[in-house]
Design a protein around this ligand. Structure first.
Ligand SMILES: Nc1ncnc2c1ncn2[C@@H]1O[C@H](COP(=O)(O)OP(=O)(O)OP(=O)(O)O)[C@@H](O)[C@H]1O
Ligand SMILES: [Mg+2]
Length: 134
């Protein structure tokens, strides 16, 4: 797998989430994703960015255009050094929340993505990698 292009955005304020949405939309358009696929990616990215901000205490998004054989995709890595997630399987269940949300962000992001990988260590932080291929 080759990385053709990459960029990093910090996620520290609500405005950063707006920027994440815009940037992911821009890159998805450039890659030629359908409107439906653009929206899936933007929605997933928005949920993950919000979790990074709210639960992770802020973090970063690494955006990468990746090429695998003839396929080109957009890979998004959300990373924070927050408290981490004690029980990842539980956190991925529809309706599980430790906050005031609906508990649908993580599970929704997983459904909307073709690749989904959640790694978290208590006290170390959380990393979520998603990708969508063209
Ligand atoms: N980056 C993170 N760091 C620490 N905990 C997290 C992180 N992301 C998610 N969690 C934990 O996983 C739970 C489920 O996340 P999810 O996004 O599904 O729901 P929510 O954010 O609580 O509500 P919603 O996204 O529907 O508004 C959160 O309530 C939180 O406890
Ligand atoms: Mg959420």
């Amino acid at each position: 797998m080759n990385v053709e292009k990459h960029d990093s955005l910090s996620i520290v304020t609500d405005d950063d989430i707006v920027r994440v949405r815009q940037r992911v939309r821009d890159w998805a358009v450039t890659l030629g994703f359908s409107l439906v696929d653009q929206t899936k990616l933007v929605t997933a990215a928005s949920e993950l960015a919000r979790n990074t901000l709210v639960y992770g205490g802020g973090g970063t998004l690494l955006m990468e255009v990746v090429v695998n054989n003839r396929k080109r995709g957009l890979r998004l890595t959300f990373e924070d050094k927050g408290p981490g997630i004690a029980d990842v399987d539980l956190a991925l269940k529809d309706g599980f929340t430790t906050g005031k949300g609906l508990g649908l962000g993580l599970s929704g992001a997983r459904r909307l993505s073709q690749d989904f990988e959640l790694t978290s260590c208590p006290d170390e932080g959380t990393r979520v990698v998603i990708a969508r291929w063209n």
